[in-house]
Write a protein that binds this ligand. Sequence first.
Ligand code: FES
Length: 359
Amino acid sequence: MVEQFFGIPNIDFYLVISILMFFVIIEIIGGYWNRSERTFSDWIQEFGGYLVLGTLIKPAIVMTVLLVGNALTSFETAPLSGNSIWLNLLLYLLLDDLLQYWYHRSAHEYEFLWKLHRPHHQAEEMGFFVSYRNAFLYYIIMPNIWWVGFITFMGGAKAVALGLVLKQLIIVSSHSTLSYDKILYKYSFLRPVAFIWERIFITPAFHHAHHGKTKRDGISDPNGNFGNMFSLWDQIFGTATFTRKFPEAYGLENDPKEHWSASYLYPILASDNPESEISRGYKKTDTTTMEPTTVELVKGEKYLWCQCGMSKNQPFCDSAHHGTKHKPLLFEAKRTGKVRLCNCKLTQKGPFCDDSHLA
Ligand code: FES
């Protein structure tokens, strides 16, 4: 934002950079970067993605909105310029976060958007740079960035500048390995604070659960916790899973690990691995059958039963449901022994076969 704020030119820019530097230093001091097994491809996607987003995509979108707005309208005073900064801040943040909730959720429920967002979930380690790991097109069509341009054009630039700093604090910390919230869970006298805080803001535990590899760990929920800054929307729309633990493993199951160029530049480039979701002509197929599968379960073990009907590992989930509105069903085996699990997905007693396939 080229805007004076509290008399200091571009203070929002310096604050955002300071926040990032703070997390860089903390993650380095904490030894996280030494222990990191990030590959070159991971760094390119995360650090490179951050640079392109901050220096090209965001400025280009905001400039486009300002130019188009100026060409189409001719008001003397921008409509929001007479409001208090706090009112504009509330307007900016709440609408921004609502847009982001639905965009992010759609990116998990619609195939094309999922392919753009998928690199974000291929990260097998958390860290603040993971925040910026998406295909470039994901950012170009991201409604929030256009919203930043729009509200700036309407006279809310100061609120946007302040809002961006606050958003960065929450978003970057929720991806970081710093996990400041652990201290709130550790001491019983701080737990009420944790309860209130996590019902307002996205905490590291809440967001790490979204990045967890599998729901079988009893912590992760890759098909929930979509919020960006506030947990409010997940609570309202029924996708919140509060946890105070952190997943053991992050990333995607069955990740074919495409070259970074295919992940970042999809759909301009595509993977040459035919098993990859982002290869040309890749199609998920219906793998349901009109027969149940008899499987041996172990008492106390957790299993994910496929409900989308596209897993190649029926009757269990293999993550093929990403990019659809389906979710697997988590269940725990009550006894050791053989059971018939439904494969037609018509059962009313999932995951068990109730002979619906005969009808
Ligand atoms: S593959 Fe996960 S629900 Fe079908």
